[in-house]
Ligand binder design. Structure first.
Ligand SMILES: [Fe+2]
Length: 293
């Protein structure tokens, strides 16, 4: 190696290792992904094209029967927005000539999914205020209605609970295609995690309490909610369109299967909290700098 760089490897946990470093088969998967990126980079340079960021996420699956080896590699390649269709085709074709690929035999299935990133949309999160008619230490009486709502459901967490439940070590999320949620906490508090890969800020954590009003969850936004040990009660006043089908709207999506959602979850979260009588948005960057705005 000309660079002289070194790094450690380890066997994975399920194969007599500690999983503390890359497994050798991880390196093979990485070799395929980086080879694709390198070949595209070289091609773009030859053509005089400027390439914005390209990322590749790789899922590696090992065989479960017979000799242990890599069964398949699934590559998801996110291409930049500034490329035309013809340029995209040239770069995609170039990857077919990647030297790592040429060195592997056909027993590893390699699937490639190309995504051309759309321009990120600005985050769109709203809280619909409730109109409190009367509030005394013993009684709270308010208008819980949301304009246009044509469906409502109540989800009660009796103690610590999570909706939807995890898929073993992977979180699961709901997403709607024909329903806008308006989640109002009636009792207790509920922490919502929202993921939306199409937003400029794809990861949000909302500590929702009754005073914050109904959290509006736009179509295409993946959401999950958790209660503490005291539980909570949430009223959702949904706005459903004509194509709403209950059999399709409440299917949990596991992070196990979605590299794009895992990437959104890995982004620095925006926290939404109730503080000093109003909703605040709090952004914490990994460098541990906090900005309130
Ligand atoms: Fe929902």
């Amino acid at each position: 190696m000309k660079s002289g760089e070194t790094f450690r490897t380890d066997a994975p946990i399920d194969h007599a290792g500690k999983g503390e470093n890359f497994a050798p088969t991880d390196l093979l998967a990485t070799a395929v992904g980086t080879c694709f990126l390198t070949v595209m980079g070289i091609t773009a340079k030859e053509k005089g094209w400027k390439l914005d960021e390209i990322t590749v996420a790789i899922d590696k699956k090992m065989t479960t029967h017979g000799p242990r080896k890599i069964r398949s590699l699934s590559l998801q390649i996110d291409m930049p927005t500034n490329l035309g269709a013809d340029q995209l085709k040239v770069l995609q074709k170039a990857t077919k000539d990647c030297p790592v690929l040429r060195s592997l035999n056909d027993s590893i299935k390699i699937k490639v999914k190309w995504n051309q990133l759309k321009q990120k949309k600005k985050t769109s999160l709203n809280f619909v205020a409730t109109n409190v008619f009367r509030e005394t230490p013993d009684v709270t009486f308010f208008d819980a209605g949301v304009n246009g709502s044509n469906g409502s459901d109540v989800v009660i967490h009796h103690g610590a609970a999570i909706s939807p439940p995890n898929d073993n070590e992977f979180e699961q999320y709901y997403v709607h295609h024909h329903q806008i949620d308006h989640n109002l906490v009636l009792e207790g508090s509920r922490t919502f995690t929202l993921l939306n890969p199409a937003w400029d800020e794809p990861h949000h954590v909302i500590y929702l309490n009754p005073k914050m009003g109904a959290l509006q969850i736009p179509i295409g936004t993946y959401h999950q909610s958790v209660s503490g040990t005291e539980g909570s009660m949430v009223l959702n006043q949904a706005v459903r369109d004509r194509d709403f089908d209950p059999n399709k709207e409440f299917i949990p999506v596991s992070l196990r299967d979605r590299a794009d959602l895992r990437k959104a979850k890995a982004a620095d979260p925006v926290f939404w909290v109730w503080d000093d009588g109003r909703i605040r948005r709090l952004k914490v960057r990994r460098a541990s700098k906090a900005n309130i705005f």
